[in-house]
Design a protein around this ligand. Structure first.
Ligand code: SF4
Length: 481
């Protein structure tokens, strides 16, 4: 699969693993999630035997054990491994039927992809060469249309897509690629392949740090909103630095502004528009930010796979320019219960009935309150009243009424904050961005993470900084006008 993405990746993977980018906490969370989903899918086919049990990474032993299990007449085998001509494959689930085996590959993704089909094609190829009759082959992926009601219904949570036809069509291609890749691996030379769109498709390559080392920290790849195709056009003309982007290159006004401000290291301010915006904000101001987590396997009734569930908010209240800033927060106890009703009750209480709710990127917070209003009709009126009071602090940056070259073309709060309030930083926090917060909270809810108090504190600190950042940004904007 590496070779299909890039032959250099294949070679590096085989001989220079040391150049791999370190696995981030968030990537690890994705791997762990895949593992959990794989284990759960096994329960659809109960009573099977795990060929890899107790074998660790000793794949030769797993291959032998698989053969033994087949010969013994086992009907369901998990992690069934086969090897032919130095190619090792492992099926997640193999089920014996009267017509032959049916192989299932479990994916935590939400739809079938071409990568899954290639993956299954190689597995099928090797199994056939080992004399195993695969009658059918299917991808079991997560079905986002499933809504949990009561006990988890695994047959509805997973969707099986039969792909034998496509797999059969790929067999010649697989054979060709195996020959080609073996030559690459035995060639003794690192393939000379330049970076390109293949570095992120179908996956972000884990050798990016190694291959992209010559790209400056601020380059044409940072031009906000520029299509990848155009970025590669510039790269292919050997244009890396923003200052080298030709005047006639097709860019929109915001992109041109980003480049000009970056070259001249300056800021731009539309005082009139900014003043107008600020004058629409009504005190007291409730600066609020939500955190959500989105488990692949829905934990609560009326949730779907990967559905973002609110579990936390931070709220800073500014009653007047002179008043002391107040802070309130909600973090649901990770006790396995659905956090949404307590979240709803407390937010209604904490946000009172007067003044604007200031959020950053209104679409997210508004949609979450709308979902809660649907879920709890008895709270609909109060939640709708909160929605009506929402104002978006991102607008001045999105509209570029204020732009600082340090924002690098982005209006995300993570880029705006260091430009406007450099003394306030996420850098010293244990949790520095939302995805990590989600992952850590999910681990707490699943009972994987034991240091509950420490993690709850880290979550609190992180979300608190998000709303404090909004307050400070608001103050800077006020001073500018
Ligand atoms: S970063 Fe790009 S060029 Fe380098 S190995 Fe990966 S896909 Fe190939």
């Amino acid at each position: 699969m590496s070779g299909l993405q890039c032959q250099k990746k294949l070679y590096l993977n085989a001989y220079f693993k040391k150049y791999k980018d370190p696995i981030s906490e968030n990537q690890q969370a994705v791997f762990d999630r895949g593992h959990r989903v794989g284990k759960l899918a096994q329960q659809i086919f109960l009573g099977g035997v795990d060929a890899s049990a107790g074998m660790g990474y000793n794949f030769q032993k797993i291959v032998e054990r698989t053969q033994q299990l087949i010969q013994q007449g086992e009907n369901i085998i998990y992690e069934a491994a086969f090897q032919h001509d130095q190619i090792l494959v492992i099926f997640d689930i193999l089920v014996r039927t009267t017509k032959g085996f049916v192989a299932y590959e479990v994916k935590s993704s939400t739809k079938l992809s071409q990568t899954h089909i290639y993956d299954a094609s190689i597995q099928y190829y090797v199994a056939q060469k080992c004399g195993i009759k695969i009658y059918d082959i299917a991808i079991l992926h997560i079905n986002t249309a499933y809504i949990r009601k009561g006990t988890l219904n695994l047959k509805k949570l997973f969707k099986a897509e039969k792909i034998k036809k496509q797999v059969l069509e790929n067999q010649e291609f697989v054979e060709q690629k195996i020959d080609e890749f073996k030559q690459v691996l035995l060639g003794g030379l690192l393939p000379q392949i330049d970076i390109g769109p293949h570095c992120t498709s179908p996956y972000t390559c884990d050798f990016k740090g190694y291959c992209h080392a010559h790209i400056p920290k601020l380059s044409v790849f940072n031009i906000a909103g520029l299509a990848a195709e155009k970025k590669w056009q510039l790269y292919n003309k050997n244009i890396l630095s923003l200052k080298d982007v030709p005047e006639q290159f097709d860019l929109n006004d915001k992109q041109r502004q980003q480049i000009n401000c970056s070259i001249e290291q300056r800021t731009e301010l539309n005082k009139e528009q900014l003043s107008k915006f600020l004058s629409t904000l009504n005190l007291p101001l409730f600066f609020i930010d939500f955190e959500t987590f989105a488990p692949a396997i829905p934990l609560y009734d009326n949730t779907s796979p990967y559905k973002a569930v609110v579990f936390q908010y931070s709220l800073h209240i500014l009653r007047s320019a002179e008043a002391e800033l107040e802070h309130k927060e909600f973090i649901a106890k990770p006790d396995g219960k659905d956090p949404r009703i307590d979240f709803t009750k407390q937010i209604i209480q904490d946000c009172e009935t007067q003044g604007d709710l200031i959020v950053y990127n209104i679409g997210f917070e508004r949609s979450k309150l709308q979902e809660l209003a649907e879920l709890y009709p008895e709270k609909k009126q109060e939640l709708n009243a909160l929605i009506k009071r929402m104002k978006d602090l991102m607008i001045p940056f999105q509209k570029r009424w204020y732009y600082d070259h340090k924002m690098n073309g982005s209006h995300s709060i993570k880029n705006v904050l260091p430009a406007l309030v450099p003394e306030l930083s996420y850098k010293n926090l244990e949790i520095q961005e939302g995805q990590t917060a989600s992952n850590k909270y999910l681990d707490l809810q699943l009972g994987i993470r034991k240091n509950t108090d420490e993690t709850m504190n880290a979550l609190s600190e992180y979300c608190k900084l998000d709303t404090l950042a909004m307050v400070k940004i608001y103050e800077v904007l006020n001073n500018l006008t």
